[in-house]
Ligand binder design. Sequence first.
Ligand code: KG4
Ligand code: ZN
Length: 340
Amino acid sequence: MKILTLETTCDETAAAVVTDELEVLSSVVASQVDLHKIYGGVVPEIAARAHVERLLPVVDETLRQADVALADLDAVAVAHTPGLAGSLLVGLSAAKAFCVAADLPLVGVNHLHAHIYACRLAAGRDVFPCLGLIVSGGHSSLYECHTAGDFHYLGGTIDDAAGEAFDKVAVMLGLPYPGGPSVSRAAVNGDRRAYQFPRSFLREPDKIAFSFSGLKTAVRYAIAGPGRVDFSQLDLSPQQVADVAASFQEAVVDSLVGKTIAAAEKTGLSTVCVGGGVAANQRLREELAIAAEQRGWELHIAPMALCTDNAVMGAIAIEKIRAGQFDSLELDIVPGLVRQ
Ligand code: KG4
Ligand code: ZN
């Protein structure tokens, strides 16, 4: 069996062809970084329009690389929740059109479940049940993942996501978008203890929650004080930038790792899977590896290529197909976070 998977939840236009053996026949990701760079963040309207322009060329290229025609496929899968409404609509509409044109069944995929499924794909074997940490530009959440399609929400951010905090702090420090890679690059030469930034809820071990909004404000106060400020006019030395970046990154990593430990203790789960763009962060990977070593966890962090958005992780659709869970052409987008 071969399926086409589509991913347009945010700002990457991606497609892949995967088999029921979870073999990846092709994968194409068209990044929109260049379009959003000047704004320091994703502009939803621009993202949706770019998906419209790029989706068909991306699908053509994906089918060409896999050496299959639409008629050779057995289903079309598409991430339909959660994400930016306009972006999701482009992917779902295209998926439905392919289904109608080639008389194929449609399978809707939960993008967050797919981020965790990236760990299953890399492991090459079952990883469920597991504790799932999803850290991306839009989400910072912990789930008890019973199976690939049965997630129980344990807790997450009460305000901004970790990736969003990286992106905003990058703007404050005059570093390029996307902020995650540029802040972590700057942090390499910085002192992690130069600034004492807040780690929310770490003194409340029973609470599974994150908050990164206060951390953003603390960074702002540390470099510019209160009041109106034009960050492009701040005159920070390279060492100051490095120290703020390192201290900020450490606060994010401490929060994420601390609450992952708390959630593992609460649930008794000892397999931990981590996915999403922020899972590409080297300090986070290091600290998770230390926590895993100390606690005897089986730790799976998505490989770098499958951390940020891609369509390969849409292979989770194979699990739904095996369970006979197809969707009708009435399937709609669900932009908001569905906590399951
Ligand atoms: O999963 P993703 O590609 O898109 C969403 O579903 O949101 O995640 C994108 C986020 C961005 O906020 C980006 O700054 C962050 O992941 N990111 C990182 C790193 N690489 C990407 N954050 C921290 N460290 C990184 N190395
Ligand atoms: Zn994502």
